[in-house]
Ligand binder design. Structure first.
Ligand SMILES: [Zn+2]
Length: 65
């Protein structure tokens, strides 16, 4: 896990939580940003609390309910 900036970490910060939710390693799963179309692994996401965003455009792409 590394800091992306003063307010965010990379997606590895939520790796343990995702294993609890999905029962398997999810940081290598890929997704496509609905805003810019960038394809990246969960580990590459910028994770903010309470949301995460694409590493290339900062559009929020994963949020809790
Ligand atoms: Zn994007």
């Amino acid at each position: 896990m590394k800091a992306v900036d003063d307010y965010a970490f990379d997606g590895n910060a939520i790796g343990g939580l995702l294993i609890e939710l999905f029962g398997t390693e999810m940081t290598t799963a890929t997704g496509t940003c609905g805003s810019c179309g960038a394809v990246s692994q969960v580990a590459e996401l910028a994770v903010y609390r309470p949301a995460s965003s694409a590493p290339s455009c900062a559009a929020v792409r994963v949020t809790p309910c």
